[in-house]
Design a protein around this ligand. Structure first.
Ligand code: T4K
Length: 376
């Protein structure tokens, strides 16, 4: 096998998309001239409107990041007690509950979609359950209809962690219209980035007003504070960048789609490597390219991860370890390994290969060759 040469540039799991710097300068000039830096300035307003149009939703509340948005969404929905969620996600999902004094109750995932399995939800409901918090993992939509049906029967709220799901559409429209609230991330590593950032998709004007107040310390007016809110506001810098980023988003997703298709074609015949299947009737955003390294492959997942690293390719094991294995969660009864076999298997087999618009064909071929040659 080829040894890495010093010429090879490291390839990370992702690389942020950035517009040409010159294109951003006029936006910065406007901010410098106006001296409006934050607290709901003109770029903040414009980005909310532009995102409503792009995502096909009525109300968007911008945030400094998705974690603060999740914490605020929990507060806005008055979620207390216990919340049913997935252990197979980034740790911010469960942390947002713990920060809110709410107990996460982990249920297992569907082994094919890697999303919360609706079949496991009802058995986990107790008199203390107030909500379900699923994740559209890798942007693949959850079984939104079945989750909503269970929530309706038991009177539960549904809060979607849609951090990965920017721009994902099902047959009827944007996926973030589902649930009582949905939260997006605009972090540097996401399909749409504002350096740091996030948003809550709100179903109506009244909810948006409440969320806007909660992200601004709970302030109602100059002399009135109605709730113990937080500072979750997006700055004008991030909002202006978002406006510019939105201009290139369709092209960026199209490039990702092409890379996704090339991986699928090249890895189709490799014994022991499964690519996560796309959902039917769904327009994906291709933010991640997870493969599952099965026992039929000659290397373990970790050996493949290591081999790639030795060649300067920094694939990532999203999501290993499971959230339920971290010290602040592992004592929970729902965190027991016997409760989460499908999540554990996925965490032990998954590897997210690099995918981002600037990943060129030669670099992708290097990755494919390493995966294929190890199997030859
Ligand atoms: N819910 C879910 C389901 C999430 O996945 C996340 C975040 C959240 C909630 C919370 O959203 P935010 O509060 O962040 O808005 C990364 C991200 O930091 C995190 O946002 C993301 N999920 C998670 C899945 O991945 P790390 O620790 O893996 O990131 P890091 O710094 O190792 O970056 C990965 C690679 O990306 C680097 O090797 C190189 C590249 N990179 C990264 C950054 C930050 C760049 O090229 N430039 C950069 O600026 O967590």
């Amino acid at each position: 096998m080829d040894q890495p040469t010093r010429m090879d540039k490291p390839i990370y799991v992702t690389e942020p998309v950035l517009p040409p710097l010159e294109d951003f300068l006029p936006y910065l000039r406007q901010i410098w001239d106006s001296k409006t830096l934050t607290n709901g300035g003109p770029f903040h307003q414009q980005l909310e409107e532009a995102l409503c149009a792009y995502l096909g939703v009525k109300h968007v509340a911008l945030f400094t990041n998705a974690t603060i948005a999740l914490i605020t969404a929990v507060q806005a929905l008055r979620i207390t007690g216990e919340v049913i969620t997935t252990p197979y996600s980034f740790v911010a999902t469960a942390h947002s509950l713990l920060w809110s004094g709410v107990k996460p109750v982990f249920v297992d995932i569907d082994p094919l979609t890697l999303n919360l399995d609706p079949d496991n939800i009802e058995a986990a409901i107790t008199p203390h359950t107030t909500a379900i918090m699923p994740v559209h993992c890798y942007g693949r939509p959850c079984d939104v209809a079945r989750i909503q049906a269970i929530a309706d029967v038991y009177g539960l709220k549904v809060l979607y962690d849609a951090a990965h799901a920017f721009g994902v559409r099902d047959a009827q429209g944007g996926i973030t219209r589902h649930g009582d609230l949905a939260v997006l991330s605009f972090h540097a590593t996401k399909v749409f980035n504002t350096f740091e950032g996030g948003a809550i998709i709100c179903p109506d004007e009244k909810t948006k007003r409440r969320i806007d107040s909660l992200k601004n310390f709970g302030i109602a007016d100059e002399v009135t504070v109605t709730a113990p809110g937080i500072n979750g506001k997006m700055s004008e810098f991030n909002a202006a960048l978002g406006l510019l980023q939105l201009q290139g988003i369709d092209a960026a997703i199209a490039q990702r789609r092409h890379i996704d298709a090339s991986y699928r074609a090249a890895l189709a015949g490799v014994t022991g490597i499964d690519c996560l299947a796309h959902a039917a009737d769904t327009l994906q955003n291709h933010g991640y390219f997870p493969i599952l390294v099965r026992p039929g492959y000659p290397l373990s997942r970790d050996a493949l991860y290591q081999l790639l690293r030795e060649h300067g390719i920094y694939a990532r094991r999203y999501f290993y370890p499971l959230i339920s294995d971290f010290p602040m969660y592992r004592g929970l009864p729902s965190a027991s390994p016997a409760n989460l076999p499908a999540a554990r298997l996925a965490a032990d087999q998954v590897l997210c290969l690099p995918i981002y618009p600037a990943l060129d064909a030669a670099a992708q071929q290097r990755i494919i060759d390493l995966v294929r040659r190890a199997a030859a």
